[in-house]
Design a protein around this ligand. Structure first.
Ligand SMILES: *Cc1c(COP(=O)(O)O)cnc(C)c1O
Length: 415
């Protein structure tokens, strides 16, 4: 069949439906390195505008950190550009194994295997270690990549209500005849910014003979006293059977991910995980940058401490101004607007004020739960946050939502 007018029409119709529903995502072109201050072309063709970025996953400000950049340059010179191979054929350098060992030590696990991304880690891990005799019990708000990984796995799948330990316990009882039970959580939930109660999850896992899986992509490097992650915050280092995480957020922000945990599980991934077996090895230049990121983190908690302080300052500033926030104590601070159109307009007006923050709405979050998700960084200084607060307050006044409750905002704007 040729790509004729009929076929073209099918896709044009679908795209126009997406636009009409107000759900079309337009990319903004950044002309500078990723940082607190960026230069953006938006809309396409517009003059460059300097804005403050409050929506990157650049939690520790390492994305353009001079030491990380230098280490990447040195790695590029020493080990070349690409591997042109998957790991098990001829794609493993000594630095791949070195990074696996560094991650293992940092997370307090038994072993680690790198993947091209955390999406790939999640896509590969379940199928590699579970069969029809097993069950995966996941929190209802886990990341999309976990959902896809579970789809690729033949094990039974069930869910429990977000953060609801009683519901989880019921599910564990219900599935007690299965060979293996795996409880599946995000460490920090990316849309709401709340953290999993991993201490309680571990208790249930011990009581019902289950394994614990956590995806700590929004936690590795900065959550917990020394930034090890949600398991450190909850006092359960060593009790996680499987941790997946990304190097594409706090840990330098380039790309790559891993499965870290029990050594037999990691070995099963090396033998069986399809994204590991059939996708190229991480580039040496990125490995070198990630190794430097870990070195910086192991040397000092300065960056995660600054991030924590920034998040506290930002959260209390917005609260005082009278915004409705999602409760939490992470650097993800969602400013709730409920209505999708309002969230889009709010984001547009913030941009006019020099603040880059994106509106999130269905299907990324539930209907009637639209928001501006703000994310703090150790790359932010007080003046960035003060300027951003000023802009939020100005736009908040324009839409008359300051000091208003959830019900009042919904009454004014609808869902
Ligand atoms: C970002 C994210 C991923 C994907 O990580 P990549 O390395 O970019 O593929 C997976 N899981 C969670 C929870 C994430 O937030």
């Amino acid at each position: 069949m040729s790509y004729n007018d009929r076929v073209r029409g099918i896709y044009q119709q679908q795209l126009s439906d997406i636009r009409e529903a107000g759900l079309f995502k337009q990319e903004r072109f950044i002309h500078s390195p990723q940082a607190a201050d960026i230069e953006v072309e938006f809309p396409s063709g517009a003059k460059l505008k300097k804005v403050i970025n409050v929506c990157a996953n650049n939690y520790l400000g390492l994305s353009s950190h001079p030491e990380v950049v230098r280490a990447a340059h040195e790695g590029l010179d020493a080990r070349g550009y690409g591997m042109s191979s998957v790991r098990f054929i001829c794609g493993t350098q000594d630095i791949h194994r070195e990074l696996e060992q560094v991650v293992t030590e940092f997370l307090g696990t038994e072993d680690t295997i790198l993947f091209p991304s955390c999406m790939d880690a999640n896509a590969g891990v379940f199928e590699a270690i579970l069969t029809k005799e097993d069950v995966m019990i996941s929190d209802r708000l886990v990341h999309a990549s976990i959902v896809d990984g579970m789809r690729l796995c033949s094990a039974e799948h069930d869910t429990y209500k977000h953060g609801d330990m009683r519901h989880l316990e019921q599910k564990l009882q219900q599935w007690k005849e299965k060979r293996l039970r795996v409880i599946i959580n995000d460490g920090v939930y990316s849309m709401d910014g709340d953290a999993a109660k991993l201490d309680e999850v571990v208790k249930l896992a011990e009581a019902y003979d289950a394994l614990v899986f956590v995806d700590d992509s929004h936690a590795s490097g900065f959550i917990g006293k020394t930034g090890r992650g949600t398991h450190e915050k909850c006092g359960v280092i060593g009790k996680m059977d499987i941790i997946t995480t990304t190097f594409g957020k706090a840990l330098g922000g380039a790309s790559g991910g891993c499965v870290s945990g029990r050594k037999e599980i990691v070995e099963m991934c090396r033998q069986r995980a399809r994204p590991y077996l059939f996708s190229n090895a991480m580039a040496p230049v990125i490995i070198s940058g990630v190794l430097k990121a870990f070195e910086i983190l192991k040397g000092s908690t300065e960056l995660r401490d600054k991030l924590e302080e920034n998040a506290r300052y930002w959260r209390s500033g917005l609260t005082e101004a009278g915004f409705v926030l999602k409760k939490g104590d992470t650097p993800i601070v969602p400013v709730m607007l409920f209505n999708a159109k309002l969230a889009q307009n709010f984001s547009r007006d913030l941009y006019a004020e020099g603040i880059y923050a994106i509106g999130f709405f269905f299907p990324v979050v539930a209907k009637g739960q639209a928001r501006i998700r703000t994310q703090l960084s150790a790359g932010h200084d007080k003046h960035h946050l003060d300027q951003a607060l000023e802009a939020f307050i100005k736009v908040g006044k324009k839409y008359n939502i300051l000091g208003k409750t959830e019900e009042e905002i919904i009454a004014a704007y609808g869902l």
